[in-house]
Design a protein around this ligand. Structure first.
Ligand code: ATP
Ligand code: MG
Length: 392
C-alpha cells in the first residue's frame, strides 16, 4: 500500500496575499530538510501539503521526525493513498490500512474531509459507509462519536483519497524565511538558544553573533556555542555564526569604566556591534535571551540602558518567562545538556561585585565615553570569524 505524509498548515496565515509566499517557502523548507532521506514529491493542495516518496524504501519514522520540526506545520499524519479516488477503493483501503490500530481499540469514529467537491458522496455519507464497513469486519468495535479511542480520517483531495489514523502535532509557527532576518546574540547559556528557536518559529531566518574573549574564554566555549546552534538549526535551518573578538573591549571596560557599570556597558557594546553586523547582513532586528529580573543586567532599568544602545528593534521572546519554563523548552529542543556544560562566557569575566540594578542612562553613556571604544569596535568588526552552521 502506498503511503505518504499529509501535513496541515496554519489556517490564519494562509488567508489573503500571504498564502502563496507561505506555501512556496514551506515547500522549499520541507524539500531541503528531507533531501538526504531520499527522493520525494512535495506539493500543496487546499491548506495541506503532501509528501510523497518516489521510492519504496523510505524510512517513515525518520521522515516524520524531520517533518515534526518544520515550522508552519500544524499537524502531520502518515496516510495511505487509495489506488483510485472512488468510494469502493476507500472502503477497501481504510480497514486494511488501519487494521492494527482498529484491533487494539474498542471505540472509533470516522471523519471525512471532502476538499474535492466533485466526489459523488458527501462527507456524512462517506462516514456512514466507511463506519459500516469497519464494523462489519471488526466485531469488537463500537462507534463513539464523542470520545473515540481512534478517529479514522478519510480525506478526499485534489490529488487523491487518503486514509489516516491519529494526526500528530507539528512544530507550529510560520515557515522560516517568511518573517524576515534577525541577529541572535548567542552565548553558551540556556536562554539564548531557546530565544533563537522561538523567533525562528515566528518565521525569522537567523544570523548568529557570538562574543568571545580569549584567553578569558576558551576555544571549547566557542565550540559549545557551535554545538548549540547546530541543534537550533534543526528547526531554523542553516545559518552563519559571526564570532566577535571582544577581549580588547572587555579589558578596556575593566580598566577605564566604573566597576558597577561593567556589565551594562559591555551589554551596550554588544548591542552596538551586533547592530552593525545586522545592518551589514541585511537583518532587521536583534534577538536576545533576556528575561525580566533574572539577573542584575536584566532589570527594567538595565534593559532600558541596553536598548538605548541599538537603533534596531530588540526581540526578547523570553522576557516574561520563568527559568523553569525556559528549561522546559530547552529540553524539548535538546539544548539543555549542552547549555549546562561548564565553560566561561565573556559575560562572566570581570563581573562587578555590586552591579547597578537601577542604572541611569546619562551616567552610563558618560561612563562609556571614558573607554573611547569607537576604534576598537571597528577593529572587532574587521576581525570577525565566520562559521557556517548546518545540521550535519
Ligand atoms: P544566556 O542563558 O543566553 O547566556 P543569561 O541568562 O546568562 O543568558 P546574560 O549572560 O546576561 O544572561 O546574557 C543576556 C543575553 O545576552 C543572552 O541571552 C544573549 O542573548 C546575550 N549574550 C550573552 N553573552 C553573549 C555572548 N558571549 N555572545 C553573544 N551574546 C551574548
Ligand atoms: Mg549567559
Amino acid at each position: 500500500m502506498k503511503e505518504i505524509v499529509l501535513l496541515k498548515v496554519g489556517e490564519i496565515v494562509l488567508k489573503g496575499l500571504n498564502r502563496r509566499e507561505f506555501e512556496d517557502r514551506l515547500i522549499k523548507n520541507i524539500k531541503k530538510v528531507i533531501r538526504h532521506l531520499g527522493s520525494f514529491e512535495v506539493k500543496a493542495s487546499q491548506s495541506a501539503i503532501t509528501v510523497i516518496p518516489n521510492d519504496e524504501a523510505v524510512d517513515f519514522d525518520e521522515l516524520c521526525e524531520h517533518l515534526a520540526r518544520i515550522f508552519g506545520v500544524v499537524t502531520y499524519s502518515r496516510a495511505a493513498i487509495c489506488d483510485e479516488k472512488t468510494i469502493e477503493c476507500v472502503l477497501e483501503t481504510a480497514p486494511a490500512y488501519l487494521a492494527e490500530e482498529l484491533e487494539s481499540v474498542k471505540t472509533f469514529k470516522v471523519e471525512a474531509k471532502r476538499a474535492d467537491k466533485r466526489f459523488p458522496l458527501k462527507s456524512p455519507e462517506i462516514c456512514r459507509e466507511v463506519g459500516g464497513k469497519i464494523l462489519s469486519q471488526f466485531h469488537h468495535l463500537k462507534v463513539d462519536v464523542h470520545n473515540p479511542e481512534l478517529t479514522v480520517t478519510v480525506e478526499i483531495r485534489d490529488f487523491g483519497a487518503y486514509i489516516h489514523g491519529k494526526a500528530l502535532r507539528g512544530a507550529g509557527g510560520i515557515p522560516v524565511g517568511t518573517g524576515g532576518n534577525a541577529v541572535i546574540l548567542i552565548s553558551g547559556g540556556l536562554d539564548s538558544p531557546v530565544a533563537a528557536y522561538m523567533m525562528a518559529k515566528r518565521g525569522i531566518r537567523l544570523t548568529a553573533v557570538h562574543f568571545a574573549s580569549p584567553p578569558y574564554t576558551s576555544e571549547r566555549a566557542e565550540q559549545k556555542v557551535v554545538k548549540l546552534l547546530k541543534k537550533v538549526a534543526l528547526y531554523s535551518g542553516d545559518m552563519n555564526m559571526y564570532t566577535v573578538p571582544f577581549t580588547e573591549i572587555q579589558e578596556t571596560i575593566r580598566d577605564k569604566c566604573p566597576e558597577e557599570l561593567f556589565t551594562i556597558i559591555m551589554r551596550r557594546l554588544m548591542m552596538k556591534i551586533s547592530e552593525r553586523i545586522a545592518r551589514e547582513k541585511n537583518c532587521q532586528a536583534l534577538i536576545t535571551g533576556e528575561s525580566l529580573g533574572q539577573v542584575a543586567s536584566q532589570t527594567i532599568g538595565a534593559i532600558m540602558c541596553t536598548d538605548a544602545a541599538a537603533n534596531l528593534p530588540v526581540f526578547r521572546p523570553l522576557i516574561g518567562m520563568d527559568k523553569q519554563e525556559i528549561i522546559d523548552i530547552s529540553y524539548k529542543i535538546d539544548t539543555y545538556e549542552t547549555s549546562i556544560e561548564p565553560y566561561e562566557d565573556c559575560c562572566t569575566v570581570f563581573t562587578p561585585k555590586h552591579p547597578r540594578t537601577k542604572p541611569v542612562l546619562e551616567r552610563v553613556e558618560k561612563a562609556e565615553e571614558l573607554g573611547e571604544f569607537d576604534e576598537m569596535i571597528e577593529r572587532a568588526l574587521q576581525n570577525l570569524k565566520v562559521t557556517y552552521i548546518n545540521t550535519k
